[in-house]
Design a protein around this ligand. Structure first.
Ligand SMILES: Cc1ncc(C[n+]2csc(CCOP(=O)(O)OP(=O)(O)O)c2C)c(N)n1
Ligand SMILES: [Mg+2]
Length: 323
């Protein structure tokens, strides 16, 4: 698959945005500038970016509790995301949602979600809505290996398989569900293989290879748009950080070996992508460095914006609340 240079650089920019945003977020959280639980997806940037690069602006995504990378990959603004995480009025949900509730309907970002597996029926409903409204938009649904063992996964894939809905199920298998290894609680061993039971194609991919993810996602999107139905992609990847920032405070025993973490860090999705682009000769080190510097400046401005934004007024506490 021939990918234009402009798209390659845009994918790289978005991976850098995610990495830098979350690295700064970790620091701000440790310094107690930010309230609430923060789940980082450092190390998992390729699946978010590879899938979203295959989507168009009117396509939609659902995300998870580990939900900063997906909205950034879909084009979310760093400053409004950070303001939301700071609980400020200028944030995406006017400061009342926080890290696990980043939403931007105008970009097709239907929301991060604190309920494990909660995004899967939402994405399935979104795909059904596109069908009913006679739009050829596709919905990409991100979820973890833990969510693949929830009832919502099975009910949703069954419905999508029966109705041939335009949805791409993207399981980011990072090998863990909090402190439990996926291998110890996942019957059958392969999440991708579950697709067969629901009448759709399923593929297990190198989730750290942004170009491989993009290739599979593009095929799945084309299929969905043509009315041929859903696809399940299992992206095998790894989270470099703890389940949540500060997980050591929970007092648990170490659940991953230092060697395992080091081996995955050596397979950094950003470094691997850089290497391939530089080796192809299509992109120069200077071009990449320029994108890194631009992202740093963008992030500095976002931190300043969030810090200087006002908190929501107490009189707004019950506004925009449904249910
Ligand atoms: C329905 C539900 N059950 C349990 C939890 C607590 N919980 C939060 S994250 C998580 C693990 C999810 O693992 P996975 O789906 O693999 O996502 P990852 O954290 O690895 O990205 C659990 C059990 C929850 N938020 N919602
Ligand atoms: Mg997981």
């Amino acid at each position: 698959m021939d990918i234009g240079k402009e798209l390659l650089l845009e994918m790289y920019r978005r991976m850098q945005r995610i990495r830098q945003f979350e690295t700064r977020l970790k620091d701000l959280t440790i310094r107690s500038e930010i309230p609430g639980f923060i789940h980082l997806s450092i190390g998992e940037e390729a699946s978010a970016v590879g899938v979203c690069a295959a989507l168009r602006p009117t396509d939609r995504i659902t995300s998870t509790h580990r939900g900063h990378g997906h909205p950034i990959a879909k084009g979310g603004e760093l400053k409004r995301m950070l303001a939301e995480i700071y609980g400020r009025r200028t944030g995406y949900c006017k400061g009342k949602g926080g890290s696990m509730h980043i939403v931007d309907y105008s970009l097709g970002i239907l929301g991060a979600n604190g309920i494990v597996g909660g995004g899967i029926p939402i994405a399935t409903g979104s795909a059904l809505a596109a069908r009913v409204m006679k739009r050829d938009d596709v919905t990409a649904c991100f979820f973890g290996d833990g969510a693949a063992n929830e009832g919502t996964f099975h009910e949703s894939l069954n419905l999508a398989g029966v109705l041939k809905l335009p949805v791409i199920y993207v399981c980011e298998n990072n090998g863990y569900q909090v402190f439990t290894s996926a291998a110890s609680v996942t019957a059958g061993g392969s999440i991708a293989a579950r697709a067969q039971a629901y009448g759709m194609p399923g593929f297990a991919l190198d989730g750290n290879d942004v170009l491989e993810v993009y290739r599979y996602a593009s095929n799945a999107v084309a299929r969905a748009r043509a009315g041929e139905g859903p696809t399940l992609l299992e992206c095998r990847t790894y989270r470099w950080e703890g389940h949540v920032v500060g997980e050591n405070a929970f007092g648990g025993r170490p659940y991953r070996s230092e060697e395992e973490v080091a081996a995955w860090k050596a397979r950094c999705p950003i470094v691997q992508f850089e290497k391939r682009m530089l080796e192809s000769g299509r992109v120069s080190r200077e071009e990449l460095d320029q994108l890194i510097a631009q992202t740093q400046a963008e992030l500095d401005a976002a931190v300043e914006f969030a810090r200087s934004s006002p908190l929501p007024d107490p009189s707004e506490a019950a506004a925009d609340i449904y249910g």
